[in-house]
Design a protein around this ligand. Structure first.
Ligand code: UT7
Length: 321
């Protein structure tokens, strides 16, 4: 049995901050951000939370799938910005939806989180343990970025995307290539609380996201084409046979570089980075759900989903719509 997507949904916070607005609060410009990244604006959570965005997207995906909340066996939220350290965002989404029969937990694989979630769902579906799985990628990165560091804060946005997968004899996820390299964790990190037990002198302090942008850029343009090629090889198809490549929306120049490396036309690489910026684990499911809503996905289409992020982590999967 393969894991097949039968419903998608997305949700973005109401408030939008464009590049011109950011240029009024820090030394940056619309020209710099647009040229270097392709980002024009991002949605930032004012009233919304990771949980509310996740539940909103998940509810829409569930409705589109035609399943009832009680039919969901497994509910995974990919996030690095859970509202609570514990419980998981997944448990709170489960409560919001009334998915009373689901096993619920979060995955922390940063921007690769949704691919790790697909990987996990596929394994549970293939093994026959679970039939119906609800996956969500949800983030409020705006609470993690350092708003005094213009080289990172302009890149990120908040939002959530979701997909319901079910066991199917044909189509669905046909191949995956996924990996991690913990030895390079310092390239992109967010330090948690420091030790603050009674025998330590240190003060507890919250950390912000820190990134070596150029290292991440080099890692992405090398690793993403490699893992896509590996997944395509497993699926036994060529890049030419792929209908479209949905890549993590981190930087337009990274996506263009991957298209070039795969010798595929850029129009096979849909983007929403100009509207949403980098929403980390939410980026792929938001793009997928928006394309689904716009009627741009058709039965039999061959899609590649691929991403990369902190960890370092990466992944690609091939699926038939
Ligand atoms: O999900 C994974 C998350 N991370 C990523 O995907 C990041 C991957 N990396 C990137 O996308 C790019 O490396 C960045 C967009 C982060 C940076 O682009 P770049 O072309 O590598 O720029 P740079 O870091 O080499 O900086 C060039 C200049 C510097 O000024 P000087 O030293 O040349 O005078 C920066 O200080 O641009 C300056 N700069 C800015 N200027 C205006 C950096 N950020 C900004 C800014 N506005 N927001």
């Amino acid at each position: 049995m393969n894991a097949k997507i039968i419903g998608t949904g997305w949700e973005l916070p109401a408030y939008e901050a464009d590049n011109d607005y950011l240029s009024t609060i820090m030394e940056t410009s619309d020209e710099w951000i647009t040229e270097r990244t392709g980002i024009r604006k991002r949605h930032l959570a004012k009233e919304e939370t990771t949980t509310s965005l996740a539940a909103g997207a998940a509810g829409k995906a569930l409705k589109a799938s035609g399943l009832k909340a009680e039919q969901i066996d497994l509910l995974i939220v990919a996030t690095i910005t859970s509202d609570t350290e514990t419980p998981s965002t997944a448990c709170r989404v489960q409560a919001e939806l009334g998915a009373v029969n689901a096993v619920a937990f979060d995955i922390n694989a940063a921007c690769s989180g949704f691919l790790y979630a697909i990987h996990t769902a596929d394994a549970f579906i293939k093994s026959g343990i679970y039939k119906n799985v609800l996956l969500v990628g949800a983030e409020t990165l705006s609470k993690l970025v350092d708003w005094t560091d213009r080289s990172t804060c302009v890149l990120f946005g908040d939002g959530a995307g979701a997909a319901v997968l079910t066991a199917a004899e044909q189509g669905g996820v046909t191949a995956q290539a996924i990996g991690s390299d913990g030895s390079r964790w310092e390239v992109l990190s967010c330090m948690g609380r420091s030790n603050h037990n009674p025998i330590c002198q240190e003060q507890a302090e919250a950390g912000f996201l820190q990134m070596n942008g150029q290292e991440v850029f080099k890692f992405a343009i090398k690793t993403v084409p490699q893992c896509i090629e590996e997944a395509l090889k497993q699926a036994g198809i060529s890049p030419e046979e792929v209908t479209c490549f949905l890549l993590h929306q981190a930087n337009k120049r990274i996506i263009q570089s991957v298209a070039k490396r795969l010798k595929q036309p850029e129009d096979k690489f849909p983007m929403n980075i100009d509207q949403c910026a980098n929403t980390s684990a939410a980026s792929l499911p938001i793009l997928l759900a928006q394309m689904d809503e716009q009627g741009r996905l058709h039965p039999g289409d061959r899609l590649v989903l691929s991403g990369f992020g902190a960890g370092l982590t990466w992944g690609a999967c091939v699926l038939e719509w």
